[in-house]
Write a new protein. Structure first.
Length: 251
């Protein structure tokens, strides 16, 4: 990102809100980010990002008042945050790929480890990630006996969360399976960590609650295939001299 656009993005997120931020500079930043800026009237703009998010912005800026007011700055800041764009992540995340072309990742989280499956058509690749320190004991971190001598919750295992986040960054769609509520739900701990440290990945995350004590690996995979809407390929049976039926070819 060019220096002037980065400076504008940083100004949008500055505290306190600046009072000398030119509308023309913000429009140039949005165009640089791939957005379309449509002028509906002298004081109304329609903003739309490549991911489809759009907003109508009312602004008092004009020839006699070229700077944006505080309300307009707050609305633009919110608009960019919803798309995962901040000074720490100054580009819009790519639009998730759907269907079988998507890089689909299933993560089953419990208090012992994370079981990962990459789904690519008929191919399935599995991997395990295990936590460290107190997290590796398999105890539920919200329970009283899992707290330290000062009565505090066990500290987060940031290395473990970073490893999971790196895997998620390589996927287009991610399904988090598990169970629990509040602080005992590792899915929520992971989502909170990502929202704080890499918010552009948040739209990729999807969650389902399951009774994982009664599910085999094959059952978890079948659940993921149904959720993603992509069953394993069924190759069409073609009779000699006949074209495959359209329904067969799409299975």
């Amino acid at each position: 990102m060019k220096h002037q656009h980065m400076a504008t993005l940083q100004a949008l997120f500055a505290h306190p809100v600046p009072h000398n931020l030119r509308q023309t500079a913000v429009e140039a930043l949005l165009v640089h980010l791939g957005a379309t800026v449509q002028r509906l009237s002298e004081h109304r703009l329609k903003l739309q990002l490549s991911n489809g998010n759009s907003m109508v912005l009312h602004t008092a800026a004009g020839p006699l008042q070229p700077d944006l007011d505080g309300e307009a700055i707050h609305r633009i800041r919110w608009f960019l945050e919803q798309a995962g764009i901040t000074p720490d992540h100054p580009t819009e995340p790519p639009i998730p790929v759907r269907g079988e072309q998507a890089r689909r990742l299933l993560i089953h989280l419990d208090h012992r480890a994370a079981r990962l499956w990459w789904l690519n058509g008929d191919d399935v690749k599995a991997a395990d990630l295990r936590p460290h320190g107190l997290w590796s004991t398999g105890q539920r971190l919200s329970h009283r006996h899992d707290r330290d001598v000062k009565g505090q919750r066990a500290p987060l295992d940031y290395d473990y969360l970073r490893e999971l986040t790196a895997c998620i960054a390589d996927a287009d769609r991610v399904l988090l399976l598990g169970h629990g509520h509040g602080q005992s739900d590792l899915r929520q701990l992971l989502k909170d960590y990502i929202a704080e440290h890499q918010p552009s990945l948040t739209p990729r995350l999807e969650t389902l609650s399951v009774d994982d004590t009664a599910c085999s690996d094959s059952q978890l995979l079948a659940l993921a295939h149904r959720h993603f809407g992509n069953l394993p390929h069924r190759h069409a049976v073609i009779n000699p001299g006949h074209e495959p039926h359209e329904a067969q070819a799409q299975r």
